[in-house]
Structure formats: structure tokens, C-alpha cells
Write a protein that binds this ligand. Structure first.
Ligand SMILES: Nc1ncnc2c1ncn2[C@@H]1O[C@H](COP(=O)(O)OP(=O)(O)OP(=O)(O)O)[C@@H](O)[C@H]1O
Ligand SMILES: [Mg+2]
Length: 316
């Protein structure tokens, strides 16, 4: 059995009357890229900050590497890297000096520190910017600096809190590649986000949280098998009369039909040829459409079915 790196038992965190974590449980094994997925305000950052003893909590226990984590456990903290949601670097220090500072919190040997800082700069692709102060960096480069500061001391366990928010696609890909590479080098990763595509791309295990509770856990495949939705037939179509929706709902395996902004989504439970049934229906009814395709359920469908809410922000 592989080693448990993070264990959370019945964690409760209140902010006055608001219950941010509601008897939350979690277990992460060594070598995982563990995705903590949830909408805004679901408690992802609170979880992370409680695990790291950066926040106090009302009830429950946190274990890191099999030992009870407490604010004064610097030995445990030195094995952990944190890339916080809000970039946390010193404005008056250059890129290199920032990384030196954070690395120096844990690495006291001068030569070793120098080597680790160089490796971190190289790893996130900031060699050309080492003399820059944070203000001069683009959003994406600043995120990469934030990462370098969190990982330079070569931690065994690394928490990334939404590292790709408001980042250009090139930096986003670089960040995701970096995370996969750190995992290949042996680090266990906890990855917090509300972008389900990223979670599907890199995570070996996923926990979906909502309102401070765990609502489902498993691999992306396992999560999708938990729901009745097996396929969505999507049609770009204009001016579809309301009464035709009733006919579509009667097709075999169809359990829900949504029509909004010229897009028709037909949710199916089971069956393999749902798209052909839909096409036949349109032919019979003499209905024209622009485009039709079939999609497997996404993590958003899992989330929607379990909680009745969309995972994604509409504005994203
Ligand atoms: N310092 C605080 N004081 C009061 N309430 C807080 C505080 N920090 C967080 N909360 C509340 O606790 C809940 C959980 O917040 P948290 O930041 O953990 O969510 P999150 O999942 O990280 O969201 P996001 O995706 O927006 O980062 C939210 O309702 C939030 O408003
Ligand atoms: Mg957060």
C-alpha cells in the first residue's frame, strides 16, 4: 500500500457564522496529482491554508507524512511547498532575490541554495528575467515566479492554489507542464482549481467539493461513471419551435433537453447511437440545423448532477 501524505479528518472551519469547512475529510497518497475541484467559495483555499497551519480551525485533525501537523512543525513545513492563490512575493526584491529568500527559509547550505535557486529559475523559464522586479513582469511570468518561490527548496509535497487564473495560454501550458514534471520527479501534488479541463488533463485523482463538503471523489473516469448522464448530443440550431422539444424528450435514452442561445443540448442516459436518433428525428420533422455533435459527459456534468449547480463561473 502506498504511503499517505495528507490526511484530513473531520475538519471544521468557521468564519463567524459561516461554515467554510463542514466536517471535511481527505486522503492523498504519495505520488498523486490530486485535484481539489470546486466552485468559487467552496472552501478550496481554506482547506489548503488549514492543512498548512496557516489558518486555525475549529475541529478536526490534519496529518502530513503520518504526523500531526501543527503551526510549529517546521520540520514538516520544510517538506512542503506552497504556491498561494494570490501571488506572494516581495516587490522590492528581484526575481532571483525573491527565490533566494524563499529557498533560504529551508535550505541553509549556501552552495546548495545557489544550485537550487538556479534550478528553480531555469525550471520556470525565468532566466532572462532574473534581474527584474515583480512589477515589470507580465501576469503569467509573475505566476511563474510565485511557483519558483514555492518549489525551489525541492519539497516532497506541493500545493498549487489556482496557479493558472488570469494567465495567458502560453504561461498556462508552461505551468501545467511544470506541475507534471515536478510530479515525475517524485513530488506529490495538490492542485486546486475550478477549471475542470486542467484537472482532467493532469490529475490522477479528483475530489469535488461544494460548500465545505466533499461531494464526490475518484479518477475522472470513475466520477463520470457515478452519474446517469452518458452522452450529450449538442446541436447548433436557430428558431427551434418549443413543441419540438417535447418530441425530442420522448426519444429513447433522452432524459433532459435544454435549448438556450441557439444551442440545443440533449442529455442521454445509456445507448450508443443517440446522435443518429436525433438526426432521424430532425429529418422526419423537416428541421434544419447548423451543426450536430456528440460529447461525453464532463466533470461539469458530474458536478451539475450531484449538486444541481454549474462548476464553472459563467464569466470564465
Ligand atoms: N477571511 C475570511 N473571512 C470570512 N469569510 C471568509 C474568509 N476567507 C474565506 N471566507 C469564506 O469562506 C468560504 C470559502 O472560501 P475559500 O476562499 O476557501 O473558497 P475557494 O474555494 O478557495 O474559492 P475561490 O475559488 O474563489 O478561491 C467562502 O464563502 C468565503 O467567502
Ligand atoms: Mg481559493
Amino acid at each position: 500500500m502506498s504511503e499517505t501524505v495528507v490526511k484530513i479528518n473531520n475538519l471544521v472551519k468557521r468564519y463567524k457564522e459561516l461554515i467554510a469547512l463542514d466536517n471535511f475529510n481527505l486522503e492523498i497518497k504519495k505520488g498523486e496529482v490530486f485535484g481539489l475541484l470546486g466552485p468559487n467559495g467552496s472552501g478550496k483555499s481554506t482547506t489548503m491554508n488549514c492543512v498548512l497551519s496557516l489558518l486555525s480551525y475549529d475541529k478536526g485533525e490534519v496529518y502530513l507524512f503520518g504526523e500531526r501537523m501543527e503551526p510549529a512543525r517546521y520540520d514538516l513545513k520544510s517538506k512542503v511547498g506552497v504556491v498561494p492563490q494570490n501571488v506572494a512575493v516581495f516587490e522590492e526584491l528581484t526575481v532571483q532575490e525573491n527565490i533566494e529568500y524563499f529557498c533560504g527559509l529551508y535550505i541553509k547550505d549556501k552552495e546548495k541554495k545557489k544550485q537550487y535557486v538556479e534550478e528553480a529559475i531555469d525550471f520556470v523559464g525565468l532566466s532572462d528575467f532574473r534581474k527584474f522586479r515583480p512589477k515589470k513582469l507580465s501576469g503569467g511570468l509573475l505566476r511563474r515566479l510565485n511557483i519558483a518561490c514555492g518549489i525551489a527548496h525541492k519539497p516532497e509535497l506541493i500545493f498549487f492554489d489556482e496557479p493558472t487564473v488570469a494567465v495567458d495560454p502560453q504561461s498556462r501550458n508552461k505551468i501545467l507542464e511544470n506541475i507534471v514534471e515536478l510530479n515525475k520527479q517524485g513530488a506529490t501534488i495538490v492542485y486546486t482549481t475550478h477549471y475542470m479541463e486542467e484537472v482532467e488533463q493532469i490529475c490522477t485523482n479528483i475530489l469535488i467539493m461544494d460548500r465545505g463538503k466533499s461531494v464526490a471523489m475518484g479518477t475522472s473516469e470513475e466520477l463520470k461513471k457515478m452519474i446517469k448522464n452518458t452522452e450529450n448530443v449538442v446541436v447548433d440550431i436557430r428558431n427551434l419551435p418549443e413543441e419540438k422539444l417535447e418530441g425530442l424528450k420522448k426519444l429513447h435514452h433522452v432524459y433532459e433537453v435544454n435549448y438556450m442561445s441557439d444551442r440545443l443540448t440533449i442529455k442521454c442516459a445509456g445507448g450508443r447511437h443517440n446522435i443518429s436518433h436525433v438526426i432521424s428525428f430532425f429529418e422526419q420533422e423537416n428541421i434544419d440545423y447548423d451543426r450536430i455533435y456528440s460529447e461525453l459527459p464532463t466533470l461539469n456534468d458530474v458536478f451539475l448532477e450531484i449538486t444541481g449547480k454549474e462548476l464553472r463561473d459563467k464569466e470564465d
